[in-house]
Ligand binder design. Sequence first.
Ligand code: SAM
Length: 292
Amino acid sequence: MQRRKFVMGSAAVLGAAVLGRGAWASVPKPYRWDAAPPIDSAADGADYVKWMVENRGESPKYLGMRWKRYQVLVKNKDLWRDADKRAFLLVPREEFTLKRNLARAYDNAFLDIGYGVTISGPHLVGRMTSAIDVKFGEKVLEVGTGSGYQSAYLANLTDKVWTVEIIKPLAGRTRGVYDDLIARGYSEFKSIKTKSADGYYGWEEAGPFDKIIVTCGIDHVPPPLLQQLKVGGIMVIPVGPPGAQRVLRVVKEKAPDGSITITRSDLYNGRIVPFVPFTKIEGDVIKGTHNK
Ligand SMILES: C[S@@+](CC[C@H](N)C(=O)[O-])C[C@H]1O[C@@H](n2cnc3c(N)ncnc32)[C@H](O)[C@@H]1O
């Protein structure tokens, strides 16, 4: 495997100090949308690890952890289609966790990422992403970039991803993580457009979107997000009172009489899944939430 030293930008240097990132170029083969690692979850994972080492140059240690978590996700029906399975298996979650949490990168748990927020657990990310059924070429918006893991996952399903984060220094740090990974050969992350803003208002200039995924909890579906969702589009969003949200799948459709209908279903059959709050900006300051 060829190794190449790279120069990191300042946000990347800052991020590398806290995140579990390596210091060398690591992807030996160019990304291909038609290439996939073995996905047979009944296997022992040896073929998967071999394929990933040859094609992606990643560490067998984390690949083994990823494979084990993958088997549980498949058993638990958190990954619905082969495309979702491929995306989970291709994303190096360890690159998006804090150094001190590296050993827990594949735990079924949310983990602290600093700034009082978290990276969601792999089962939740798997199920929420499966529920929006992303197809190649579709435009997807994420509200709540956080660590960057969710959008990295989306970038293995489509080549058009937008993500918004309200905490400016976190948005900058995560931009650095993507730039660093791109420099190391993860060219699929070039398709992720990032910005720091209040995601309640979506990303109007880039919309409308085929799919929207919201990773912070709120007591209603933000009207601007519904507006920026295409007819036929799907959104997943945690809705409910603070700390007691239910993860909803919201579908926007056109009825035969031309009127727009919104249907909602619960991804966990009524189970409560607590999320980081959907906060808002007043002036330059994050203050309170968008709850009514
Ligand atoms: C559960 S965490 C991040 C999960 C993230 N998707 C990941 O992969 O790490 C939710 C994120 O939503 C962000 N957030 C909260 N309110 C927001 C808003 N109004 N606009 C944009 N991001 C917001 C938080 O700062 C936090 O980073």
